[in-house]
Design a protein around this ligand. Sequence first.
Ligand SMILES: CC(C)(COP(=O)(O)OP(=O)(O)OC[C@H]1O[C@@H](n2cnc3c(N)ncnc32)[C@H](O)[C@@H]1OP(=O)(O)O)[C@@H](O)C(=O)NCCC(=O)NCCSC(=O)/C=C/CCCCCCCCCCCCC(=O)O
Length: 113
Amino acid sequence: MAQYTRVAGSVGLITLQNPPVNALSAMVRQGVVDTMERALSAPEVKSLVICGQKETFCGGADIREFGTKMSGPPLTPLIHAIEASTKPVVAAIEGVALGQTGASRGDSGSTAS
Ligand SMILES: CC(C)(COP(=O)(O)OP(=O)(O)OC[C@H]1O[C@@H](n2cnc3c(N)ncnc32)[C@H](O)[C@@H]1OP(=O)(O)O)[C@@H](O)C(=O)NCCC(=O)NCCSC(=O)/C=C/CCCCCCCCCCCCC(=O)O
């Protein structure tokens, strides 16, 4: 899943929650879609931060779903929705950040879209 909280008044925080590595399962992708919609429609929220729980950003695709029938929202439209966001979206990356285009493991850092 993805948990939505509001921090520091105007910042919406979306936390990827899927132990052990916050991989992008169907539930997580749906959670990001839902929480993005909620945050974008909240006038008091001016910007968004996406992070992972427990010092791990994201392990990429959920390998436990490989070989099963795919469900949930596809990834590409989700990425496009984040990139098209009318509010700034920042990824707060700690630990592993894996995905289709590469991998990294760092102490901390952030990227903005
Ligand atoms: C570096 C690691 C992540 C961690 O290493 P380490 O700290 O040493 O720990 P480990 O002992 O290796 O692992 C700990 C436990 O975590 C489990 N684990 C690890 N990775 C995953 C994972 N990705 N998913 C689930 N579980 C994971 C591991 O099994 C251990 O469990 P346990 O303790 O034994 O029980 C390291 O583990 C590592 O490198 N993992 C592999 C990461 C990986 O291969 N990720 C996939 C990368 S490829 C990718 O992301 C591709 C993306 C393309 C899009 C995919 C989008 C999702 C599906 C979309 C469905 C719809 C498609 C529609 C079409 C479209 O939209 O395009």
